[in-house]
Design a protein around this ligand. Structure first.
Ligand code: FUB
Length: 297
């Protein structure tokens, strides 16, 4: 057993504990988890490290789903670098969100002409296939790792992304364009991998930063507004394990809260051979996210 993620549910007054192995995907190397709760199901979008890679060799994005957080169905590849004729490499960390019956997949890639850009895949079905929505980049400023969230209060969609410096834009209702300029914000020691979510009126921005153990850790900040300013709240997951990067995704599902991340825990694993894992957690009464360690690094 390579570490466990425990999902406990109350059944008829007794606690039934269902146990899933971490990493939760053990058939290939998976990265950059972007979980999404839709239609009573957890849809887990991931990146994919090619086996035997000596660098970040990532060519497609994959999808898994679960209704019990223990058993995961593999939907295979639903978008790849080939989807974007203007991109040549780096199928990195993306996120899917639904609006008006369409699914939008925001991803970073490296352009044929060089440099990172954010592209958008679109599909009528969550399972894809996703097509290039624009035939070109949405934007490019050297940043990666888009995270998207629609405010339940007014329907405004926000996208954060970045590398070393975090940026955001307000997306228009079409989800394919934005209003205003690219706005930078301040997050303590931000490197990459932002994850935006809202809970009980508080906005959370979780991200990867330089950890004291030499690998990335996961920190978070909160705000009363989706555009900040952001107040640092400390470390969720310290630097640990065999992968330099880590990458967070957070959801609530069937009464539980779940923190997704990746590490190098599968055999042969490491910085370029990562695996998605999950931990169940409980928010503090003050809305804080507890510190968690990897069940298996
Ligand atoms: O997986 C490639 C890159 O490494 C991602 O875009 C970053 O978040 C980091 O995980």
């Amino acid at each position: 057993l390579r570490g466990i993620a425990v999902a406990a549910v109350l059944l008829g007054g007794s606690v039934h504990v269902a146990v899933a192995d971490n990493p939760i995907i053990q058939t290939l190397y998976s990265t950059d988890p972007a979980p999404y709760v839709w239609n009573n199901t957890v849809w887990l979008f991931t990146g994919h490290d090619e086996t035997g890679a000596k660098n970040y060799d990532m060519r497609d994005w994959r999808l898994y789903s679960s209704t019990d957080m223990v058993n995961w169905r593999d939907w295979g590849v639903m978008m790849s670098l080939k989807t974007f004729s203007w991109a040549k490499a780096d199928a990195w960390a993306g996120q899917v969100i639904e609006r008006d019956g369409k699914f939008y997949y925001y991803v970073p890639v490296t352009k044929n002409s060089g440099g990172y850009a954010i592209g958008i895949g679109v599909s009528d079905k969550i399972t894809g296939p996703y097509k290039d929505a624009l035939g070109k980049q949405l934007l490019a400023n050297g940043g990666i790792d888009p995270t998207v969230f629609i405010d339940d209060a007014d329907g405004q969609a926000y996208m954060y992304w970045g590398h070393s410096a975090p940026y955001y834009v307000k997306l228009n209702k079409d989800m394919l364009s934005y209003s205003g300029s690219l706005t930078s914000t301040s997050l303590q020691n931000f490197i990459e991998g932002p994850w935006l979510h809202k809970r009980n009126g508080t906005w959370y921005l979780t991200y990867s930063s330089m950890g004291s153990g030499g690998n990335e850790d996961i920190k978070y900040a909160t705000s009363t507004k989706p555009t900040g300013p952001w107040t640092s709240k400390g470390t969720i997951m310290p630097s640990q394990g065999k992968s330099f990067t880590n990458h967070a995704g957070i959801i609530d599902y069937k009464g539980g809260s779940y923190f997704f991340y990746h590490n190098g825990a599968l055999p042969g694993g490491g910085t370029y051979s990562r695996s998605v894992c999950v931990e169940k957690f409980t928010y503090g009464t003050d809305g804080s996210i507890p510190k968690m360690t990897m069940t298996d690094a």
